[in-house]
Design a protein around this ligand. Structure first.
Ligand SMILES: Nc1ncnc2c1ncn2[C@@H]1O[C@H](COP(=O)(O)OP(=O)(O)OP(=O)(O)O)[C@@H](O)[C@H]1O
Length: 270
């Protein structure tokens, strides 16, 4: 079942030169893909290829200059008000830097209760309990619910970001370079967590990343972006084994090989 469908999504930015000359730049150019229920679609590409701009458009954090976006068959391209609130309850984002996306003056409990309050979910008396459950689900100690983001490590803070995204029970979670800022060993733990949560709850991910070694561990399908366009899209295994596009081959050539022993153990566990 198709959850989200993007068709011809385009984003043009306008800038002014030193003499006031107007220059237009197309950051995302006619991008189209669908995200199916329960799958992970990775969007990969080098810096500046338009991945984050695409993520922002499909998360409805930025309006496209052209194209359409559908969620569960409903056109949400220009959704506002109640339709936008409904969309936000279904589609959540985990950002790259947990520390800048979590309010440093709020406790974890307050951070995790905020989406419940905003969406009117969970009766008032049970929100605190719900926040603690969310902490447990992402592998954090619920006794630390009154701590502030700065009292956690980078990996733990990203777990808070993930818990916040899960608070409203979304159908789609967009991870925008969600593990890029973490150390490799912490990255692997957070990816394991994301995979487990998907197994438990069956939601979909759009996983934006520049690191193909990371993508290989989580993606079911891969879209490769270059200069604002999708140059290749297919099942992860096929894209990694037999890339059709020259640019994909160049990207893959730059990926360090995954430790085969680690990969074998991971496959056994899943
Ligand atoms: N608000 C903006 N105004 C003007 N240009 C922008 C804006 N946001 C992004 N761009 C430009 O659009 C292009 C695509 O940027 P985007 O951040 O989507 O790429 P990316 O693939 O996510 O790269 P990175 O991994 O470095 O973030 C870049 O050339 C960028 O400079």
């Amino acid at each position: 079942m198709t959850l989200l469908r993007a068709e011809g999504l385009t984003k043009r930015f306008v800038s002014r030169g030193p003499l006031g000359a107007r220059a237009e730049f197309t950051a995302v150019d006619q991008v189209g893909f669908e995200v199916r229920l329960g799958e992970t679609l990775a969007v990969v590409g080098e810096s500046g290829s338009g991945k984050s701009t695409t993520a922002r458009m499909i998360a409805k954090l930025m309006d496209p200059s052209g194209g359409t976006l559908e969620f569960e068959g409903e056109d949400v391209t220009h959704a506002r008000g109640a339709a936008l609130a409904r969309f936000r309850a279904n589609v959540q984002v985990v950002f790259q830097d947990p520390f800048s996306s979590l309010n440093p003056r709020h406790t974890v409990e307050r951070i995790l209760m905020a989406p419940l309050v905003y969406q009117g979910l969970a009766p008032k008396g049970s929100r605190r309990e719900h926040a603690k459950e969310l902490m447990e689900r992402v592998g954090l100690n619920p006794d630390h619910s009154l701590r502030y983001p700065a009292q956690f490590s980078g990996g733990q803070a990203q777990r808070i970001g993930i818990a916040r995204a899960l608070a409203v029970n979304p159908k789609l979670v967009i991870c925008d370079e969600a593990v890029s800022a973490l150390d490799v060993s912490v990255q692997a733990q957070v990816i394991e967590l994301l995979r487990r949560l998907q197994r438990e709850s069956g939601f979909s991910y759009v996983f934006i990343a520049h690191d193909l070694a990371v993508v290989r561990q989580i993606a079911h399908r891969v879209a490769v972006m270059s200069k604002g366009r999708i140059v290749e899209l297919g099942p992860a295994e096929q894209v990694f084994r037999d890339p059709q596009d020259e640019y994909t081959r160049t990207l893959l050539a730059a990926v360090p090989r995954i430790d085969p022993e680690w990969d074998r153990r991971r496959r056994e566990r899943s």
